[in-house]
Design a protein around this ligand. Sequence first.
Ligand code: PLZ
Length: 454
Amino acid sequence: MAHGAVGGPGLPQERTINTAIPGPRSQELEARRRKAVAPGVGSSMPAYVVAAGGGILEDADGNRIIDLGSGIAVTTVGNSNERVVARAQEQLAAFTHTCFMVNPYESYVEVAEALNRLTPGDHEKRTVLLNSGAEAVENAVKIARVHTKRNAVVVFDHAYHGRTNLTMAMTSKAAPYKKGFGPFAGEVYRAPMSYPYRDDAAAGTKVSGEDAAARAISMIDKQIGADDVAAIVIEPIQGEGGFIVPAEGFLPALADYAKANGIVFVADEVQAGFARTGAMFASEHEGIVPDLVTTAKGLAGGLPLAAVTGRAEIMDSVGAGGLGGTYGGNPTAVAAALGAIEAYENDGLLERAVEIGEIIVRRVEALQAKHPEIGHARGRGAMQAIELVQRDSIDPNPELAKAVADHAAANAVLVLVTGTFGNVLRFLPPLTISDALLEEAFDVLEKGFAQALG
Ligand code: PLZ
C-alpha cells in the first residue's frame, strides 16, 4: 500500500477521516509490530504513515492527519521538501558512503561552512558532523573537556539532552528516560533552571532572569567551583522539559559567567534551532553567542545528521582522530542538509515561523480566556506550548493534556504531550503548514478542551 505513495508538497492539504484512528490497517501493523519491535520504543500516535508533506501526515488507512509535531521538531522545512529530495536523490545515485574519515567529499565541507556562517557570532568556527542530537551533545562535552582540561559539566532542571549514557546523565527526567538504566556518567551537576511560570508562583513575585541565574551560579560556585567546570550546557528554550523559555537575562548572565571563568558555554539548539523560533537559532533572541552549538533535527529535513559548531580555538583543541564515527556526515544526509539550508535561507521560513506563532498565540489566548486550566502559554515563533494545571492551583494536570491529545488524535490532529510533569501540549508544526490547516487543528483542540472540561 505504501508503494508509490507520494508525499511532499503535492500531498492534498486537507484533514480526512476515513476510519477510526488508528484504522484497521494501522491496527494490523501494530499487531505485527508488537511481535517484532522492542516494546521499549513507544509511539505517540500509532497511525502508520505512508506519505507526508505540507502540514499533513497520510496514514495507511487513508486518513489525513494535521501535523503539529514535525516528527519532534525535525521536518521544519516540510516532509519530503523538494529541495531536500532533489539533493538527496542526486547524491544517492552518485555514491552512498565512503566514510569521511576514509575519503572525504565536498558536501560535508559545504555543510560545515554553512553552519559556521549561520550559527551566532562572526568569529572563526569549525564544525564536526555526527548522526544524532545525543551524539552532538556527547561530542560537545568531549571537546570542552579537552579544551579546558576540566571535568565537570553543568546542566539544568528539566533539561533533555539524549538517551546515550552521558546524555542520560545530563537529561533531567527519570521516567521514562533514565529509570533503571544507570549507573550514569559522572561529573554531571544539575543547576536550577529559570522556569518563569513556576518560579514566579513560588516566589509570589516576578523572578528576574538575573536572579534566577544568580541562584544557578551560586550552586555552581558552592557545589563544584567555577575552575573545575568544563562546560555549561543549556537548551536556550527547553524542548522535552516543556518549551520553557527562561526569564529574560538568564541566558546572558550564564554566558557572562562562563566567559569570566573559562567555562565553555554550550547551547543545545537540537530542538529550538533552524528557524523554529522565528530566528535561525534560539540563542539569537537574547543575543547569546555560545562557544559551541549543538544541532540536529531541523538540520537535514528528516535525514539523520547532527553537528557541533564552535570557536576555532576550542574545536582545534582535539587532535586528528579524536572525533568522528563511521556515518557522521553521511553523504545523503549532508546533501539533504544542503537542501534544507537552502530552504531556510530562501523560502521565507523565518517569517513563516513568526506568522505561525501569531496564529497559535491568538488561538491559545482565546482558549485560555475560557479555560483557567491553561495555566501558562509560552514559546517563540512556531515553538509554542500550553501548560495545563488544576482549576484552582498550579498543580500539574497531565490527565487533561492526555484527554485533549487523545481527542485530537481521534480527530486526525497530531499534538505532542511533553514536560517534566506530562502536562504540556506543544505546538510545533512544519513551517509548510497552511493557515487553514492550523486554524482547523485549533478548532479540533478547542472541542477537545470543551469535551474534557464540559
Ligand atoms: N537535545 C534539546 O530535544 C531530542 C527526543 C525524543 P537525538 N529530543 C527528542 C525522545 O523521546 O527520544 C534532543 C533534544 C535536545 C538533544 C536531543 C537528542 O537528540 O537526535 O534524539 O539523539
